[in-house]
Design a protein around this ligand. Structure first.
Ligand code: ATP
Ligand code: MG
Length: 581
């Protein structure tokens, strides 16, 4: 924990969507939030109607909904009216293919305009949308299509040839593969189907409990789970976008998340569009110079990114950002992994505002705990629960889950179920789903603590916490201390078995350019950590790595560091992205 406080001035507070946290929390009701939806006749609704067509009647048809920036730098704009027509067409395509309400449409695509059209067109047709990471290999694609029983897959010719063609015979439910480019006889062409389809479509009226989305978890702790979300979740997408990301109609908003991950849908499609923003979508992968250019030239107002990307920007040095103008930026947020205090403070120095960390999971469908525009930021804290969300720190005993109200106590982060975007089940794993609930709490699997001011602090995933000589050590605390050292770009910390202490702390460190691994630096880092954390918590061992193993959504896979350290089986590594070298 740091005792730094980044204070917000009165003008910032007053100008935000939620000028005062306590007041907003006290007066919040999901029914009032629900009244902000346009809805469809007879109490029906549809996420795509809230995201797209409602804006046409609200006079926003000509506003750019999606500004797509190709790898080449070429820009393509789609207005809300364009998006309405294109998604109508895609809904008709699905209908023409014989798809019924509840049938599943998968995407295996990078950030291409077709992905957004397919996602929203699928929802309009009353079908279920399931995005996959485009970097998946054939096996994870097959297993996820099997679990959901996918009916249609939208992908590119190159991805199809490399990854899907060989497994297609194993997928009896898959009726059609639609390619956004190229020409392959056993697939349909997106362009041809769209050209032949009408641009009028009556959006399928859905009930709040009808299934809308299937999202697979990141697989950080084990085999990914298929999480079911419903159309009624849209009220939470919209409200959390408004309160936690401070989004407003007309804002220029950039979410950097991969579309194969839940953030790519909840905050890369649904929340921003329901609030009438202009979304920047960059086809390219991370590149520090390109990102700074984009923030500057596109005049981004709200930016939602992730710790890995922020750490890579930090690693690339100060001269790049210092030659840019970020005066349009109003709010920056981060999700997916613990955000080290160093990164929050760096953001404040470079952009004139801190990154606002927020916490949620595939299961929760939307942001649950956040730092708000109006609230002072304690770097390293995830912030406070959203209005409408009841969180707690609980202790799990043989008899049940008991809330610990004492400040600073570590326990499992738990939530009172009942918010609209909560998962409805893990597909094909009902027992696993039921195990997540105890005594009226949903148990997140993460450990955290709450301080005396009500701020929540991430300690670690329950599986990653280290027990050393009677101490409970959260990897995040150790990683953050090492991150303060100027040589360190990234750290993953695990516990390794030790005869006397039970476990000892080991840190894997990736260095910034210009620093060389060696005994001297190792000793220096060990000394730095000991000074910051004390001998009981500081790592006993440090190993240097060029890269740490991460999921495609950018999460350090500590379980893999551990399996490799101990020579154990690596388990499910379908979501593994960059590997150790
Ligand atoms: P799996 O459940 O398959 O192991 P996963 O938990 O990484 O994968 P996601 O649902 O994508 O899958 O990620 C949610 C998890 O990410 C949270 O439970 C938490 O551990 C971590 N996380 C998300 N945001 C934050 C944050 N702001 N601070 C700390 N951890 C976070
Ligand atoms: Mg999880």
């Amino acid at each position: 924990m740091t005792d730094v406080l980044i204070k917000k001035d009165n003008a910032t507070r007053a100008g935000s969507n939620m000028p005062d946290y306590a007041t907003a929390r006290g007066s919040f009701s999901w029914d009032v939030a629900r009244a902000g939806l346009a809805g469809l006749p007879n109490g029906a609704l549809n996420i795509a109607h809230e995201a797209v067509d409602r804006h046409l009647t609200d006079g926003r048809g000509d506003q750019v909904a999606i500004r797509w920036i190709a790898k080449s730098g070429a820009r393509t704009d789609l207005s809300y009216a364009d998006l309405a027509h294109e998604t109508n067409r895609f809904a008709n395509v699905l209908r023409d293919l014989g798809l019924q309400k509840g049938d599943k449409v998968y995407s295996l695509l990078g950030r291409t305009p077709e992905l957004y059209i397919a996602a929203l067109g699928t929802l309009k047709a009353g079908c279920v949308f399931c995005p996959l990471f485009s970097a998946f290999g054939p096996e994870p694609i097959q297993s996820r299509l099997e679990i959901g029983g996918g009916h249609v897959l939208v992908t590119s010719a190159a991805l199809y040839k490399r990854k899907v063609k060989g497994i297609r015979d194993n997928l009896p439910t898959l009726r059609a593969v639609i390619l956004i480019d190229g020409d392959t006889p056993d697939c349909k062409k997106f362009g041809d189907l769209m050209d032949a389809a009408e641009s009028d479509f009556e959006t399928q009226p859905m009930q709040p409990e009808d299934m809308a989305l299937l999202h697979f978890t990141s697989g950080t702790t084990g085999k990914p789970k298929g999480v079911v979300h419903v159309h009624g979740a849209v009220v939470a997408h919209r409200e959390t976008g408004r309160l936690a990301l401070d989004l407003r109609a007309g804002d220029i908003y950039w979410c950097t998340a991969d579309p194969g991950w839940v953030t790519g849908t909840s905050y890369g499609i649904i929340a921003p569009l329901t609030l009438g923003v202009t979304m920047i979508i960059d086809e390219a992968e991370f590149d520090a110079a390109r990102w700074y250019d984009l923030l500057d030239t596109e005049k981004v107002n709200v930016w939602y990114t992730a710790p890995t990307a922020i750490r890579m920007l930090m690693k690339s040095g100060r001269s790049l950002p210092d030659s840019h103008d970020f005066s349009a930026l109003r709010f920056m947020a981060s999700v997916g992994e613990p955000l080290n205090p160093e990164a929050v403070i760096w953001g404040h120095e470079v952009f004139g505002m801190p990154f606002h960390d927020n916490w949620w999971q595939t299961e929760t469908g939307g942001i649950m705990i956040a730092n708000y525009a109006s609230m002072d930021v304690k770097p390293g804290s995830m912030g406070k629960p959203l209005p409408g969300i009841e969180a707690g720190i609980v202790e799990i005993t043989d008899t049940g889950a008991r809330e610990i109200t004492k400040p600073q106590a570590i326990g499992e982060l738990a939530l009172r179920p009942g918010w609209p975007s909560m998962m409805r089940t893990y597909l094909d794993q009902q027992a696993r789903y039921e195990k997540s609930f105890r005594d009226g709490w949903y148990l997140s699997g993460d450990l955290a603590m709450r301080d005396k001011d009500g701020y929540y602090w991430f300690v670690g995933r329950a599986d990653d916490v280290i027990k050393s000589a009677g101490h409970l050590i959260g990897p995040f605390e150790v990683e953050s201390a090492l991150m303060e050292h100027p040589a360190v770009a990234e750290v993953g910390v695990i516990g390794i078995p030790d005869e006397t202490a039970g476990e000892i702390v080991k840190a894997y460190v990736a260095l910034k350019p210009g620093f060389e691994p060696g005994d001297e630096l190792q000793l220096e880092l060990l000394g730095h950590a000991r000074k910051r954390l004390g001998p009981a918590v500081a790592p006993k061992e440090i190993a240097f790595r060029q890269n740490l193993p991460k999921t495609r959504s950018g999460k350090i896979m500590r379980r893999l560091l551990k399996a490799r350290e101990l020579g154990l089986p690596e388990g499910d590594i379908s979501t593994l992205e960059s590997d150790e070298t």
